[in-house]
Design a protein around this ligand. Sequence first.
Ligand code: BYC
Length: 346
Amino acid sequence: MATASAHHTARTQADEAADEAARTAAYEVVFDAAVAADERIEPRDWMPDAYRSTLVRQIAQHAHSEIIGMQPEANWITRAPSLRRKAILMAKVQDEAGHGLYLYSAAETLGVSRDELLDKLHSGRQKYSSIFNYPTLTWADVGAIGWLVDGAAITNQVPLCRCSYGPYARAMIRVCKEESFHQRQGYELLLALSQGTPEQHAMAQDAVDRWWWPSLMMFGPPDDESSHSAQSMAWKIKRHSNDELRQRFVDICVPQAESLGLTLPDPDLVWNEERGHHDFGAIDWTEFWEVLKGNGPCNDQRITQRRRAHEEGAWVREAAAAYADKHTNRAVGSTSTTGETGATRA
Ligand code: BYC
């Protein structure tokens, strides 16, 4: 009897495994067809584990970049040269916090919590954009960040509005609108400096000299060294390769630099009639990989400040949780008299 029962159990397990494999294969067909038809994948849809983990990696990295990206510019809020500039800069830095929130929320739809993601950022297990490891040395850096860094971000993010994952694509629509506003304020700030005194012009040029190459690195490694691009493009998470977007950005910036009266720091930058694009000089990829390894000028400072902000914000999170508990308890307590469920009331 015992042997027959064990045999039966083994057969049942094998059957279940076969059923599971058949179900997964069927789900996969539906998923592939949705991606091929440019339909959106939504949180409750079946998706391959690797698709989910790629999205968590990219969206988390993006969210972390937004909140770490607040630091270099916040550095200038107290020293903005006028009330108008200060108000604009404060609004911009707050927008970046908002972008972080949209993105953490998009990541949460994939089954990870914000706490878990922040923990990974703080312990160095997840990345943020290389660009935010450079210092903001002068007021003109605020303009260069707006023009170049937000400009690069828009170039990268507009195609993400068509990303196959619905919540990420929808978050990008609003982010891109706000980023274009940021880009224009940076351009306007740099224009004012460029057309100002010789010292102001020199300050604007110096900022562009320092931010140009790191901005080109924001698009990620060259295509032949980009480990995730091929799969992410097949899944329509990414719509263009790193090099394609970098080229698009260079082509956009050249005429804008001319209008600004500033020079892009690349002697090899030249229009190539045959390609219909600008050729540009070699990027120092050693510098990029060093920054990713934690050896950029501000890596330690950025992560130390982020951890401190998180610790100092603990009381806010605790207060919010205590308030939510109180609210829920009150709602549950009132169930007996109203007949409503606590969950509905909360
Ligand atoms: N920095 O296979 P690849 C903003 C990593 S914030 C650091 O090409 P993928 C703003 C990459 O993660 C803008 N790491 O990767 C905020 C991978 O390593 P792992 C932030 C980089 O994902 C405040 C390895 O290199 N924007 O706008 O296919 C103020 C190989 O790369 C970087 C986004 O996050 C980098 N630059 O493509 C102002 C956009 N590049 O993960 C402005 C969303 C690459 O295997 N993200 N790596 O350890 C993306 O579009 C893509 O993730 C990337 C990289 C194009 C960045």
